[in-house]
Ligand binder design. Structure first.
Ligand code: MN
Length: 263
């Protein structure tokens, strides 16, 4: 198959998926979901516990030109949806069905690898979507900004270290900004669909040798950027800074501080 046919195939497949997903959902359900999203005003970490396949918080083309519409359609509608479906199948009929996702991650080493891969894929992507927005980027503000400067000496140094974590992650994975149990921020990366909440034996969680509360994540799997950036992962990483939703990251940081204080 020529490269052109291959890309055209992806294009048609992605669009079919998009229309199927859109058409399968009556407008009322869509409106209710939006209403629930606004009125509940839950934190990201809590709202993900219901194991819903949440709506993308913006239109497929909202992150253009930094993240293109087709990539987002396939990434959300196909990749993320598949992780969700497989996660649902993997926990069906088990105690995990009624567990909080964070408790599943805390006990990850006790559960099958299908739960680790698909539960991680389900959670990490929701966290990634909600950490971005149209006309994002710029600089963090308030206490988050102070914490970043304190932990990394400057915003530019933080940006460099986070970008490097994404660039040097071999194969597929994620770059993370997290808070540790002392309230200090740190950067790490994880392979595959692992995340820093998971209780994994030393070495299995890649560079996430330290567990922590995630604040920001960047997907560096090829499916996150290949259609637009091909092999140029650093270009995608540079573009990512234009869509970061710093208000959401600040909210996550405040919630993380609150839950540390409650311990
Ligand atoms: Mn992905």
């Amino acid at each position: 198959m020529s490269k052109l046919n291959f890309l055209a195939g992806i294009f048609i497949f992605g669009h079919l998926g998009f229309y199927c997903t859109t058409m399968a959902q009556p407008p009322e359900t869509h409106n209710n979901q939006i209403k629930n999203k606004i009125t509940k005003n839950q934190s990201t970490m809590n709202s993900i516990n219901k194991f819903e396949f949440k709506e993308l918080p913006y239109a497929y083309d909202a992150l253009e030109p930094f993240i293109d519409k087709l990539t987002l359609e396939i990434h959300y509608g196909k990749h993320h949806k598949a992780y969700y479906d497989n996660f649902m199948n993997a926990i069906k009929g088990t105690e995990m069905e009624t567990m909080d996702i964070k408790d599943i991650f805390r006990n990850m080493s006790k559960f099958p690898v299908a739960v680790r891969n698909n539960g991680g894929g389900y959670f990490n992507h929701t966290f990634y979507w909600e950490g971005m927005k149209a006309s994002g980027g710029g600089l963090p503000t308030g206490r988050l900004s102070e914490a970043i400067t304190k932990s990394f000496t400057s915003f530019d140094e933080f940006k460099k270290q986070f970008s490097d974590a994404g660039k040097t992650r071999f194969g597929s994975g994620w770059a993370w900004l997290c808070m540790d149990d002392k309230g200090k921020l740190f950067i790490c990366s994880t392979p595959n669909q692992d995340n820093p909440l998971m209780d994994l034996p030393n070495g299995q969680a890649g560079l996430a040798e330290k567990k922590g509360t995630p604040l920001l994540v960047m997907d560096v799997w090829e499916h996150a950027y290949y259609l637009k950036y091909q092999n140029k992962r650093p270009d995608y990483i540079e573009a990512f800074w234009n869509v970061v939703n710093w208000e959401e990251v600040a909210k996550r940081y405040e919630n993380a501080l609150k839950s540390e204080r409650l311990k």
